[in-house]
Design a protein around this ligand. Structure first.
Ligand code: ATP
Length: 447
């Protein structure tokens, strides 16, 4: 399917993954709500990240900090003065654009050209526009109650550095991982979920002795790249790109992006930044609390920080795009989401071949009840079997178990593989164990 954000919006809506937010009121620019399958896919992404970052490691602990922090945090971090995008207005069409993205934006009057290229375009000089959403805490709405919705989860981690160091008894190298909503008043949102105003970030700050920071930076780029390959993204669609000096954020001494070949071109999926000692030093100076490591022998230093940061939304778009496939099987076209089984919202479908056959329905229901306590599975007896298979293909369900006449005779079922369409028969009593094995097997995209 060609990339038209509208088309993807429509497809994801029709299949129950993503809805435009507050749709009955006309929606709200670049905010989305997630339906059942979207929630399940996002849960899988979140859990797999957390498993790789926290559960499978000894050196990283979890944190869940508040969305609204003391506003001094954002002054110290540099976000109040520096978290800005250069904005230009067009006096003719009244649209706003990011100056650094004119070459990938469309003119309001002539969508076929970039802003500034059409003869009627009349762009203003660039102004700096702060991306943080503001709010007020408490009853008074004045300067003293001004607060911000966090634009990244990282600062909640830095301001808890001392708590974790002392109370979780950690010493560098160690990390703190956090998953949670972040908010940015993006000027040029769009491209569906790729750039939204409210997104769920997964960030990990890894604190290391200064002399080791380059080595750990390289280590985390590779870890994170391998995670994407492990969960099915094709290596032909992934690359690592190092930022040049002008491109780097105010806090960063080196950044590499893991990029995915989205239909809009190579774009940032995840950033892996070497933030140096910038944040801990800023917060030490602004708060008066020393954020440093003091060893048993009395040695002391401000750790350097390596940060892999990504949003679930960017991963979900990459996985949807990577998984989407159309093919002709026999005479018919089939649309299939070839998700890695660990990402697929529904792991298996249980289908009685004939919905009116009580014997088949009873066996299918019993199998469904057995499986669903362990995993997300679906029971479906609506319509022709071909249509039911297709419905599961469209949401990316890797396996379907069908109960037919033969099941009633010999207690076996058919299992159909989403990718190869191969079918085999299994004893019904062995389905749960078979599914466990199948889901644990290594999987590579057949695309
Ligand atoms: P970009 O250059 O695309 O605006 P960024 O460099 O500002 O991104 P970071 O501040 O490094 O992004 O944020 C870390 C990660 O958070 C990004 O790699 C991306 O996965 C995610 N992210 C940032 N902004 C958005 C957004 N508006 N919508 C969805 N995800 C986002």
């Amino acid at each position: 399917m060609t990339w038209r954000p509208g088309l993807w919006r429509q497809q994801c809506r029709r299949r129950g993954f993503v809805f435009p937010s507050s749709e009955i009121y006309g929606g709200l620019g670049s905010t989305y709500d997630y339906g059942h399958y979207g929630v399940l896919a996002k849960n899988n992404i979140r859990e797999l990240w957390f498993r790789a970052m926290v559960q499978e490691r000894e050196d990283i602990v979890a944190l869940d900090s508040a969305v609204i922090l003391n506003p001094r945090v954002w002054e110290a971090s540099g976000h109040v003065s520096g978290f800005t995008d250069p904005l230009v207005d067009c006096r003719t069409c009244k649209l706003r654009f990011r100056e650094d993205q004119l070459s990938v934006s469309a003119c309001g009057r002539r969508p076929s050209v970039h802003p500034g290229e059409f003869r009627e375009c009349d762009l203003t000089e660039a102004r700096q526009f702060n991306l943080m959403f503001t709010t007020h805490v408490g009853a008074l709405e004045d300067e003293s109650s001004l607060a911000y919705l966090r634009p990244e989860t990282a600062q909640g981690i830095f301001v808890n550095f001392k708590n974790v160091l002392q109370l979780a008894r950690r010493k560098p190298p160690f990390g703190i991982a956090q998953i949670g909503k972040s908010f940015r008043n993006e000027i040029t949102p769009g491209n569906f979920l790729f750039r939204v105003r409210e997104f769920e970030q997964m960030e990990m700050e890894f604190f290391v002795p200064p002399a080791d920071s380059t080595r750990w930076h390289e280590y985390w780029i590779k870890e994170r790249y391998d995670w994407y390959v492990r969960y099915g993204l094709r290596e032909t669609q992934l690359r690592v790109r190092e930022h040049d000096e002008q491109e780097r954020s105010h806090y960063s001494s080196a950044t590499s992006d893991i990029e995915y070949l989205y239909p809009i071109g190579w774009s940032e999926l995840e950033g892996v930044a070497n933030r140096g000692d910038y944040d801990l030093t800023q917060h030490t100076n602004a708060s008066g609390t020393k954020l440093e490591y003091v060893g048993e022998g009395g040695e002391r230093y401000t750790p350097h920080v390596i940060e892999p940061a990504v949003s679930i939304e960017r991963i979900l778009v990459a996985m949807l795009v990577d998984a989407y496939d159309e093919e002709v099987v026999g005479e018919r076209e089939r649309t299939v989401l070839r998700f890695h089984p660990a990402i697929a919202p529904i792991k298996a479908a249980v289908l009685p071949l004939i919905a009116k056959d009580e014997g088949m329905v009873a066996k299918a229901r019993a199998l469904y009840e057995e499986l669903r306590v362990r995993r997300f599975v679906e029971y479906d007896d609506g319509g022709a079997i071909g249509r039911r298979y297709r419905r599961q293909d469209e949401i990316g369900t890797p396996y379907a178990f069908t109960i037919d006449e033969q099941t009633l005779e010999d207690e076996t079922v058919t299992v159909r593989d989403r990718d190869s369409l191969a079918q085999e028969r299994l004893p019904i009593g062995g389905v749960a164990a078979w599914l466990d094995d199948a889901l644990a097997r290594e999987w590579r995209s057949p695309k």
